[in-house]
Design a protein around this ligand. Sequence first.
Ligand code: AMP
Length: 121
Amino acid sequence: MAASDQLQDRNDTIFGRILRGEIPCDQVYSDEHCLAFRDVAPQAPVHVLVIPRRPITRLDEAGPDQAPLLGHLLLVAAQVARQEGLSGFRTVINSGVEAGQSVFHLHVHVIGGRPLAWPPG
Ligand code: AMP
């Protein structure tokens, strides 16, 4: 596979396919900037992913022009947590393989519904 094809594959993730409606998701929130849906392998009773419609590969590849979008994702994360009835919750953005990122389309994990230990693993 050519290097350019690998880059294409890396940029077109499973979340891109969800956004295009090619594969289903359990949607909990949607607006013109982002989509939120339940994680397919939940780590807690509530585990939702908030993703931007315009893909950003990972947090450290975001630029200052994306600050409003990143802020919006956090506000939506809090709104989803309220919607799910959570009184406390955790938001996580894994950035890079070493941090556990497996899907290279930036996403905010919203996790709650059970006691959450600190520090995380
Ligand atoms: P991360 O490891 O931070 O990149 O998180 C990726 C998350 O996406 C994992 O928690 C996966 O369980 C989740 N995931 C992968 N594919 C899907 C899917 N088709 N629908 C919902 N969640 C997914």
